[in-house]
Ligand binder design. Structure first.
Ligand code: XIL
Length: 321
């Protein structure tokens, strides 16, 4: 039978999945690996290439996990996305320190980006350079991360410039959640990336995370937002798609609703050549981050169930391809 990967390959489109922490440990699950290789042509680490993993102690870089995924991708003819260079979460304690001077934190950031992007040069085709920097509720719309507090808004431009210097061929993305459709947050993201384009900063696109809930997706707003980003000369990518169902409400009907939503999103992606990746945030419901993130209020958001059986949502994506 044909797989997502085979169909997407025929159309020259990138379809991918976030790779779970267990991949980086011993005793790899064969079934998991088989699905990964057969169904997807792109991978991203769910956690393993975040700063807390990559530079746990200042000046001590750990490349083994990134190298393992990059090797797997290369062996299997897959592309790799890099996630993520600059974020306010999952950074080591020593880095998340607003007592550092501006000069010091700038040099920490430059060293981090230069080292990590340089090490993976030619292996990671697209980087999420800055993740979740917008907080639309702040008067200036910048989240008050350690980067913002110590360096100021210029950290964003600098991060992209350094990433570009380290790998001029990598595509560079700004990535965020809740900014998929037309709303105050996506307006703020739009203003940010428009300013970057105006200043000549090397940004190639905007990642739309797409952590969605069944019944609450604004498909038309998403398309509009994608269009205005395209009009700025930016690509879009669906970077972290999952569509969760309220706990206790998983039944044939909600699974069908979920499948329809996945199908619609796949259509939006396929009909838009400027939307250059369709990345799902995990493979099996068993390992999804959503239950723990939502205090068990939501779950079952992915294409395979806990036992690696294909769900209706899988077939609905396949049907679009
Ligand atoms: C999540 C992972 O899925 C979890 O395993 C981890 O505990 C927390 O981070 N936005 C992002 C991703 O950009 O990095 C997050 O991933 C989900 C939200």
């Amino acid at each position: 039978t044909e797989t997502l990967r085979e169909y997407a390959g025929k159309r020259h489109r990138n379809i991918g999945v976030a790779v779970h922490n267990s991949f980086f440990m011993d005793g790899t699950n064969e079934q998991y690996l088989k699905i990964l290789k057969e169904e997807f042509n792109t991978v991203v680490a769910e956690n393993a290439t975040k700063p807390y993993m990559m530079e746990p102690e200042r000046g001590t870089f750990v490349f083994s996990r990134a190298d393992k995924l990059a090797g797997f991708a290369e062996q299997n003819g897959m592309k790799m996305r890099g996630h993520c260079l600059v974020w306010h979460k999952q950074i080591p304690k020593w880095m998340n320190n607003d007592q550092l001077s501006q000069e010091e934190l700038l040099s920490v950031l430059k060293e981090y980006i230069t080292t990590v992007v340089g090490h993976l040069k030619g292996k990671v085709y697209a980087w999420d350079v800055v993740n979740e920097a917008i907080d639309e509720n702040e008067p200036d719309h910048y989240r008050k991360s350690v980067w913002m507090k110590v360096i100021g808004p210029g950290y964003i431009d600098s991060a992209f410039v350094w990433a570009h210097q380290a790998d001029p061929d990598a595509l560079l993305f700004y990535n965020d959640y809740g900014a998929e459709a037309m709303n105050a947050k996506s307006d703020a993201v739009y203003e940010l990336v428009k300013g970057m384009k105006d200043r000549g900063i090397p940004i190639d696109g905007v990642g739309l995370q797409c952590h969605f809930q069944v019944g609450k997706i604004d498909f038309d707003g998403l398309k509009k937002n994608m269009q205005r980003l395209e009009d700025l000369g930016l690509q879009t990518q669906i970077t972290e798609l999952d569509i969760s169902i309220d706990t206790g409400k998983e039944n044939a009907q909600t699974l069908k609703q979920q499948a329809d939503a996945y199908g619609k999103l796949a259509r939006i992606w396929l009909e838009d050549q400027n939307c250059t990746a369709f990345m799902i945030w995990g493979l099996s419901d068993q390992y999804s981050w959503i239950p723990s993130f939502s205090n068990n209020k939501r779950g079952t958001p992915l294409l395979w169930d806990e036992n690696f059986n294909k769900k209706p949502a899988y077939y609905q994506v396949l049907n679009q391809l």
